[in-house]
Write a protein that binds this ligand. Structure first.
Ligand SMILES: Cc1cc2nc3c(=O)[nH]c(=O)nc-3n(C[C@H](O)[C@H](O)[C@H](O)COP(=O)(O)O)c2cc1C
Length: 414
C-alpha cells in the first residue's frame, strides 16, 4: 500500500515531499505555518492579502493608521475613487513580510506566496505589479497566482531578473481557464512551473457558481491531465479541494498528479493564524453549519461557517483604512449593499447587511470563517478535552499524517 512519502514533487532540480499547504488569507496561513511545511520538505504558502495590515500586526508598522489619517476626509463619502494605495508602501510591506519569512527558512522545502488577482486595490494592474515584484525582490521561492484568470500577470514581471528563477504557478478550476492562461502567457516565452487544479470542495473563494456540487475534482483533474499530455506539456499538476487524508492524496498521485494542495486540515494547527476560539468553531462544526454563499464583494462564491460574525454585519465600509477590494473605479459591492440598507432604514442606529459583507474588515479580524467543505470532519482528527474543546494540533503532526498514513486512517495526537 502506497503512502504520499513514496512520491516526490519535482520542480526543476528540486525534489520535494508532494504536499503543498495552500495560501490562506488574511494571515491564516502564517509565516510559521509555511515555514513548518518547508522545514518538513514540502511547500508552504504565505499570503499576500492585505500585507500592510498584516505588517502592522506582526512588525509594528503603522500603515493602516497612516492611510486612514490621509483619507479621513473621505470616510462619509460613498465615492472611494480617491482612496489610492501608495505603491512604494505596498512594496515595503510585502518586502518586510517576505524577507522576514525567508530569513527564518530551514529545511529542504520551499516557501511560496499566494497572490490573488481579485485584490484589486483601486488600481488592479499597478498594485499587483508592486506586490509580485516586491515578493520576487525579497527572495520568495515561488508565486501561486490565485483568484482570477491572471491573463496579464506574467507580463507584469517578465522583465524581472528572477522571472525564470522563481517558481510560478496558477490556480484554475477548469481546463478552459488554464487554456486561456497558457495562451496569454505564451507571449512571455514562459510556461508555469505548476498548475493547481482546485475543485469545488475547497475553502476560500470558489471558481464555481452556486451549482458547485455538480462538479467533481477528480473529473477536472483527468480532463486537464489528458489535455496536457495531448499537447505534450510537461507541467506538474496539483489537485486541491477536499483532499482530507493521506489516502485521498495517494489516489490523486497515482492518477498522475505531481503533488496535492491542502488547507482545511491545517486550519486547526497551532501555527495557523486563526485565534483558538475560532479554531474550536471549526472543530465543532457540523455539515449543516457550512454553506457556500455570495456575500463576498468579489463576486465569487465563498464557503464559510454559517455562524461567521461577518454574515449580516452592517458596519460602515472601511475603505479609507483598507480598501483592498475597490475596483479600478473605486467601487465595492459592499458599499452599494450598505448604502441601500442605510437608505431603506434612515432612522436606524445599527443596520444589518446580508447581501454582501465588508470582507476586508472581517477577514482582517478573523470574523469571516471561511473553510473547506470537509471542515465538519476536523473533529475526527483530534481528541476532545474534558472541557469539551478539541486539542489544537501541530502543523508537523498534520503534515506527517498526510505524508505517512494509509487506509484512510487519520492519526490522533499523542
Ligand atoms: C481558511 C481558508 C482560507 C483560504 N484562503 C485562500 C486564499 O486566500 N487564496 C487562495 O488562493 N486560496 C485560499 N484557500 C484555498 C486553499 O488554499 C486550498 O486550495 C483549498 O482550501 C484546498 O482544499 P482543502 O481546504 O479541502 O484542503 C483558503 C482555504 C481555507 C480553508
Amino acid at each position: 500500500m502506497k503512502r504520499v512519502d513514496d512520491f516526490r514533487l519535482k520542480l526543476g532540480s528540486q525534489e520535494l515531499v508532494p504536499i503543498m499547504v495552500g495560501g490562506m488569507g488574511v494571515d491564516i496561513s502564517t509565516a510559521d505555518l509555511a515555514l513548518e511545511a518547508a522545514r518538513l520538505g514540502g511547500v508552504g504558502h504565505i499570503s499576500d492579502a492585505m500585507l500592510p495590515t498584516v505588517s502592522d500586526r506582526r512588525y509594528n508598522t503603522k500603515y493602516v493608521k497612516n492611510k486612514l489619517q490621509q483619507y479621513k476626509f473621505n470616510v462619509a463619502n460613498t465615492d472611494k475613487s480617491v482612496v489610492q494605495f501608495d505603491l512604494g508602501l505596498i512594496a515595503e510591506a510585502t518586502a518586510t513580510h517576505v524577507s522576514r519569512t525567508m530569513e527564518r527558512k530551514q529545511g529542504s522545502g520551499q516557501i511560496f506566496i499566494n497572490c490573488m488577482e481579485k485584490l484589486t486595490m483601486n488600481s488592479p494592474k499597478e498594485t499587483l505589479r508592486a506586490r509580485l515584484r516586491a515578493a520576487m525582490d525579497n527572495g520568495i521561492d515561488g508565486i501561486t497566482l490565485a483568484a482570477g484568470l491572471h491573463l496579464g500577470s506574467f507580463a507584469l514581471i517578465e522583465d524581472h531578473p528572477r522571472f525564470h528563477d522563481v517558481r510560478l504557478g496558477i490556480i484554475v478550476s477548469s481546463l478552459r481557464a488554464l487554456q486561456l492562461f497558457l495562451k496569454k502567457s505564451a507571449r512571455t516565452g514562459r510556461q508555469p512551473d505548476f498548475v493547481v487544479v482546485e475543485g469545488p470542495l475547497a475553502g476560500g473563494h470558489l471558481g464555481f457558481g452556486l451549482d458547485w456540487a455538480q462538479y467533481d475534482l477528480a473529473t477536472i483533474v483527468v480532463e486537464v491531465r489528458d489535455w496536457l499530455k495531448a499537447q505534450q506539456l510537461d507541467i506538474p499538476l496539483i489537485p486541491a479541494g477536499g483532499i482530507f487524508t493521506g489516502t485521498d492524496a495517494v489516489n490523486f498521485l497515482e492518477m498522475g498528479a505531481a503533488a496535492v494542495q491542502v488547507a482545511t486540515r491545517f486550519t486547526v494547527a497551532k501555527e495557523c493564524g486563526l485565534p483558538e476560539t475560532v479554531q474550536q468553531h471549526y472543530f465543532k462544526a457540523s455539515e449543516e453549519e457550512i454553506e457556500v454563499n455570495q456575500i463576498s464583494p468579489t463576486g465569487y462564491p465563498m464557503r464559510m461557517l454559517k455562524s461567521s460574525p461577518a454574515i449580516g454585519s452592517g458596519i460602515r465600509p472601511n475603505c479609507e483604512a483598507y480598501g483592498y477590494l475597490l475596483d479600478s473605479s473605486g467601487n465595492c459591492q459592499y458599499i452599494e449593499a450598505y448604502n441601500r440598507e442605510v437608505a431603506a432604514h434612515p432612522e436606524a442606529k445599527k443596520i444589518k447587511v446580508f447581501e454582501k459583507t465588508c470582507l476586508c474588515t472581517h477577514m482582517r479580524n478573523f470574523d469571516c470563517w471561511t473553510c473547506g467543505h470537509y471542515t465538519y470532519r476536523l473533529k475526527d482528527t483530534s481528541v476532545r478535552e474534558d472541557n469539551g474543546d478539541y486539542r489544537i494540533l501541530t502543523a508537523e503532526h498534520i503534515f506527517r499524517d498526510y505524508q505517512f498514513s494509509t487506509d484512510n486512517k487519520i492519526a490522533l495526537p499523542a
